[in-house]
Every structure is written in structure tokens, then in C-alpha cells.
Design a protein around this ligand. Structure first.
Ligand code: SAH
Length: 483
């Protein structure tokens, strides 16, 4: 280890920062987070630092650096971007035994600054010892992505109960178990999800009860898993999936997504396998209540978003009336995922000022008024579960006045590796389903934005060019066609 990692308390400590430009401003932001008493030495200042001086947030000495400027400082930063001055600052600091950092000059520095992930009071510093700063930054981005934004709030929350827990649970070993349970449990999850008031009430209840029974009530998270690509899962969905004792999932959940569920979790499949009995909604509700009553953390994993044609509302009602705590985690609904993956904007200033999600299964229940409400040249319609009724959908829309030549796109297995985007026109919807043998989960998008799916000219040129031509002329033709 070339550098020894420590976390310094700088609260109220004098720190001298030499330099008034952007480099100095960047260091100053961090130093202010640590509540240091900063003195900036520089003949001129960038607007950001000037503003802080005007607000009397920091001291400023408006001239060039002199050796005595470092006297009394706990730390010194040289951030002038001029080598001779930085070197003079480093020398003056060392002469007085004060640790110094010259920005971007490891050879002049006693200490270096790590890449930082700040979820105060949790702070993570990452250093490559100056050998690979980009790698350190890269790692920081990965860690940033892994940690819930509210992690700091969770740490402060726990801290505010430390005394109470110590007063109630005397054995150190038991206290450790308490906190292990807590950080993994539903109260911590409530804090992370922003429900701190109820978390506080539950925490008081927990400390005053027998805390070992915290999970006795069980909990269900109704989680939207998005349209298929695991990359589209939310952080919150991931968190619940990785804490689950049981996962109850249906047909639209791919294996790739199930891979993210905690390995030890039991899996209950409630979708319909070909030719087999499918679970009724009542049976699924019973399973959820039964598993939660065992005191387990249940994840009800659903394709897309649980509240968009997902029957998540019914499950939530049943669980709540059974007195079971429920969280609902939104997911990317098929329409939104497929739109992005196929390059079809659902609204567009030139084409559509509304978008409506319609179930294609309700075909028979819908009245003439419902259908005429859907006919509008500046509206995008997205039909879910519409494959079987594709003919009926197009007939009725046309009957109520929609132009038979309205562009449509059928998107099958959207966002998955086997996605197909089939462009066409409204009158031929049923025929397209037949011709292309569309059988996977699919959406039918109706409206002029669907024309964005028609890249067949581009496709043809690409194919022809690939067969006949060299790379340069191929790329050229594709570029021209794409314009
Ligand atoms: N709750 C889900 C919808 C469930 S209904 C959501 O918000 O997306 C099931 C229907 O969703 C399917 O019949 C199909 O129309 C659509 N669907 C789900 N996943 C899809 C995908 N990857 N590509 C295209 N359509 C999809």
C-alpha cells in the first residue's frame, strides 16, 4: 500500500488553498462539505469562489502566495496550475511540517485525494495510488450505481436509534444481530424508499417488542421487472429481488431476470405453461398471503409495470385487507420499453400529442363510444394483448373513422434479443400477424409515429451493400439512406 487511507476531521480547521481558478474551486467544494475553515490565497478568483468570498463563507487573501501563508494550517492545497508556484507552496508547507497536496502533481504531494462516493455519513474513497486514476473513477461510477441514493439517510436513521437499542438490548452479540436484521429488513427498506415517518414508528415498536419477531408479519413487494432486458430493472427492484425469501413470478419473466433473484430464494411459478393449468388470480392471491404469513419476504415479480395491465391493484387490495405490508415497485411498461427499443417516439410534436394504452382483450366489451374516442389522427394507440384480436381492432378503428392506411408497428419480444419490429398499415394488421407468424408477447402501435419503425429501405441498402461493396461505400450509402 503506497498510501495509507484515513478519514480526516476538518471541522473548523484552518485549510489553506492556493489558487483561485477552476482547479481550486473543485477542491473548495469538497473542503466545504467537510466544514473546513478555508483561506484562499490568489490574486484573482473565478466567479464561483468570488461568490463564496462575497458571502463571507471563506477567507480570501488577494495577492500572490508568500511562504508565511501556510502558518497555522492543518492542511495545504496547491491548486494554481503553475508548476513553480505549486512547488513553492509544497516546500513552504513541508518546511513547517504541514501535509500538502498539489493538485495533479503526485511528486509534490504528501497525500492524494481519492475518488469519492458521498452518501454521508457513509463515504467511500477509492484510490489507485495515482497509477490509474481513470480506473478509480470507473470503479467509483460502478459503486455509485450500486448504492441506493438514500443510504446516508439510512445510516443517520440507524444512528438516531443507537442509544435506544443499547438501552434495550444489553448483550453486544444480540445487538449485532439486531442491526444485521435491521439493515436487511423492511424498516430499512422503508427508509430507503423515503417513508421515514412510518419507519420511525415501526422502529419504536420493534425496539419495544421482541425484536426477533420483526419479520413475523412477512412482507410482499409487487415488483415491475420491465419488458425483458434485465438492464431495464430499477435499483429498487434489484434490492427487493436480492433480499427475497420467495419469488412468485409469471410467464413474462425471463430467465435472465430470474438470475438476479437471491439464489437461495424459493421460486413459485404461477404462469401458464403450454397445455397446462394456469393459476387463477384467486389462487395467486392465496399463495401471496400464505407465503407472507409464514413471515417471509415475498417478491411478486411481474412483467413491465405492475399497475399497467398487471393486476397489481387486485393483489395489493387482497394483501392489504389481510393486513400484510405491501410495497409496489414500478417497472418499465412494455409500451415504453418497446418504443425506445424500436425507435418509435410515442409522442412527437409533429405527429402525436397523446398516447393511450389499450387492452386488446377488451375488444368485445368496448362500446362504439369507446372506439370513436380512440380515433384521432394526433394520437398514438398502444394495444397490449392484441394479437388474437388484431383483425377486430383494425376493423373497429376503421369503422369509426380511422384511416385504413394509418401506419402501425407490431413489436414482438420487445427489448429482448429476439425482438422483431414489423411495420405496416392498419388495414393489414391481422394479415401481418399471420404472415410473420407472430406468437411472442407483442404490442400493436397505431398512429403516424409508427412510421418510424419502417426502416426497410435502410435495411435493403444495408443488405445489398454488404453483399457487393467495400466498407467505405457501404457506410456512405447507409449514411445517405439514414438521413
Ligand atoms: N404489466 C405489463 C403488461 C402485462 S399484459 C407491462 O406493463 O408491460 C401482457 C402484455 O404485455 C402482452 O400480451 C404484450 O402485449 C405486452 N408485453 C409484455 N412484454 C412485452 C414485450 N417484451 N414485448 C412486447 N409486448 C410485451
Amino acid at each position: 500500500m503506497d498510501h495509507f487511507p484515513i478519514f480526516l476531521s476538518l471541522k473548523g480547521q484552518k485549510v489553506v488553498l492556493v489558487g483561485g481558478g477552476d482547479l481550486a474551486a473543485r477542491k473548495l467544494r469538497l473542503l466545504r462539505k467537510a466544514d473546513a475553515a478555508v483561506t484562499v490565497i490568489a490574486p484573482s478568483l473565478c466567479p464561483e469562489i468570488e461568490e463564496l468570498v462575497a458571502q463571507a463563507e471563506i477567507d480570501h487573501v488577494g495577492r500572490k502566495f508568500l511562504n508565511d501563508d501556510v502558518t497555522g494550517a492543518s492542511l495545504v492545497f496547491a491548486a494554481t496550475d503553475i508548476e513553480e508556484i505549486d512547488a513553492a507552496v509544497a516546500q513552504a508547507a513541508r518546511a513547517q511540517g504541514i501535509k500538502v497536496n498539489a493538485v495533479d502533481r503526485p511528486e509534490l504531494s504528501d497525500f492524494i485525494m481519492p475518488a469519492i462516493v458521498d452518501r454521508s455519513p457513509i463515504v467511500i474513497g477509492i484510490s489507485s495510488g495515482g497509477s490509474a486514476p481513470i480506473l478509480a473513477r470507473n470503479l467509483r461510477e460502478k459503486i455509485e450505481g450500486m448504492l441506493p441514493p438514500a443510504l446516508g439517510r439510512l445510516a443517520s436513521f440507524a444512528d438516531s436509534f443507537r442509544g435506544a437499542v443499547k438501552g434495550t438490548i444489553s448483550s453486544g452479540n444480540e445487538r449485532r444481530k439486531f442491526w444485521e436484521n435491521f439493515f436487511d429488513g423492511p424498516i430499512a427498506e422503508s427508509v430507503l424508499s423515503g417513508r421515514e415517518v412510518s419507519a420511525r414508528e415501526n422502529m419504536l415498536g420493534l425496539i419495544n417488542r421482541n425484536w426477533k419477531q420483526e419479520n413475523a408479519d412477512g412482507h410482499v413487494a409487487i415488483v415491475g421487472a420491465g419488458p425483458g432486458d434485465p438492464d431495464l430493472l430499477t435499483f429498487r427492484a434489484m434490492r427487493f429481488m436480492q433480499q427475497a425469501d420467495v419469488v412468485v413470478y409469471d410467464r413474462l419473466i425471463s430467465d435472465e431476470i430470474l438470475d438476479y433473484v437471491r439464489r437461495d430464494a424459493d421460486r413459485i411459478y404461477v404462469g401458464k405453461a403450454p397445455g397446462q393449468h394456469s393459476h387463477s388470480q384467486d389462487e395467486i392471491n392465496d399463495i401471496l398471503v400464505r407465503e407472507a404469513r409464514k413471515g417471509l419476504r415475498v417478491v411478486r415479480l411481474k412483467g413491465g409495470d405492475p399497475f399497467v395491465f398487471g393486476r397489481g391493484g387486485e393483489e395489493m387490495d387482497v394483501l392489504q385487507s389481510a393486513g400484510i405490508e405491501v410495497d409496489v415497485v414500478p417497472g418499465i411498461t412494455a409500451a415504453v420499453g418497446c418504443a425506445a427499443a424500436s425507435g418509435i417516439p410515442l409522442t412527437h410534436r409533429k405527429h402525436a400529442s397523446m398516447v393511450t394504452f389499450v387492452t386488446g382483450q377488451a375488444g368485445d366489451d368496448m362500446t362504439a363510444a369507446d372506439w370513436s374516442g380512440l380515433v384521432n389522427s394526433r394520437q398514438t394507440l398502444v394495444f397490449y394483448m392484441g394479437l388474437k384480436n388484431a383483425g377486430q381492432i383494425s376493423d373497429r378503428l376503421i369503422k369509426h373513422g380511422q384511416d385504413p392506411k394509418t401506419p402501425i408497428a407490431i413489436i414482438e419480444n420487445g427489448t429482448r434479443v429476439d425482438q422483431r419490429v414489423l411495420p405496416g398499415q392498419l388495414f393489414e394488421a391481422a394479415e401481418m400477424v399471420q404472415r410473420h407468424q407472430v406468437t411472442g408477447p407483442s404490442l400493436i402501435v397505431v398512429g403516424s409515429v409508427a412510421a418510424y419503425a419502417d426502416r426497410s429501405d435502410l435495411q435493403q441498402i444495408t443488405n445489398a451493400a454488404l453483399e457487393n461493396k467495400n466498407t467505405a461505400s457501404f457506410l456512405n450509402e447507409v449514411a445517405v439512406a439514414a438521413q
